[in-house]
Design a protein around this ligand. Structure first.
Ligand SMILES: CC(C)(COP(=O)(O)OP(=O)(O)OC[C@H]1O[C@@H](n2cnc3c(N)ncnc32)[C@H](O)[C@@H]1OP(=O)(O)O)[C@@H](O)C(=O)NCCC(=O)NCCS
Length: 177
């Protein structure tokens, strides 16, 4: 499903404009996912989450059902990251289900840019709260979310995503009336 590119303005620009060069100096673009991204989306997901990647059919159906909720980082040939976020049917809470940046692109602000764009869209849509789960040992992600204002909803949720899959739930209120 193609997403109108103007839905993703970035820092005052259109989101289909290049905003960063990758390691081979190709400009990276943040944009909505399209059907043709599926092979690259799978590759990036498997690279970033080798122990627990999405099966093909799950990403296929995420694109089918809410492809406008997936933003990708594209250098024109390869994807270097993505974020997947889905809002509950009452429009109250959005869950960020995945945030991924390729290992060779980390530490350059890309994860933060993806998240800032998600938050910008959700504020516009008057979503009240953003939630996500993170492994208790994932210091990079926890620090990133804290810099964006997320806090935890308490302690560690044991077996939250299955046996021995403990998670912290992080929450950010967006202050919508
Ligand atoms: C988490 C992840 C998305 C961060 O992406 P990134 O592009 O490297 O992050 P950024 O460069 O935007 O960093 C933003 C902030 O996050 C924090 N951060 C990022 N990497 C960090 C690290 N290794 N250690 C500590 N803090 C870190 C810093 O506060 C950083 O701000 P700063 O650079 O001004 O200090 C990336 O590491 C990743 O894909 N990890 C594997 C998948 C994953 O864990 N996803 C999240 C699941 S909940």
């Amino acid at each position: 499903m193609a997403v109108p590119e103007e839905r993703f303005p970035l820092l005052g620009r259109r989101a289909d404009q290049a905003f960063l060069a990758d390691s081979s100096d190709r400009p990276l673009t943040m944009r909505g996912v399209t059907d043709t991204d599926l092979p690259e989306l799978l590759r990036v997901d498997r690279e970033v989450f080798p122990e627990d990647p999405y099966p093909y059919f799950v990403l296929r159906q995420h694109i089918d059902v809410h492809g406008d909720r997936i933003l990708v980082l594209d250098d024109g040939e390869y994807l270097h990251g993505y974020v997947l976020f889905v809002t509950t049917s009452d429009g109250y809470v959005c869950w960020v289900l995945s945030l991924a940046v390729s290992a060779d692109q980390r530490g350059r602000g890309l994860g933060k840019r993806l998240m800032l764009e998600v938050l910008r869209q959700l504020r516009r849509e008057r979503v009240h709260e953003v939630r996500l789960t993170v492994e208790p040992t994932n210091a990079a992600a926890i620090t990133l979310y804290r810099t964006l204002g997320f806090g935890t909803d308490g302690g560690v949720h044991r077996d939250y995503l299955g046996p021995r899959e403990d998670r912290i739930i992080m929450v950010l209120g967006l202050g919508s009336a």
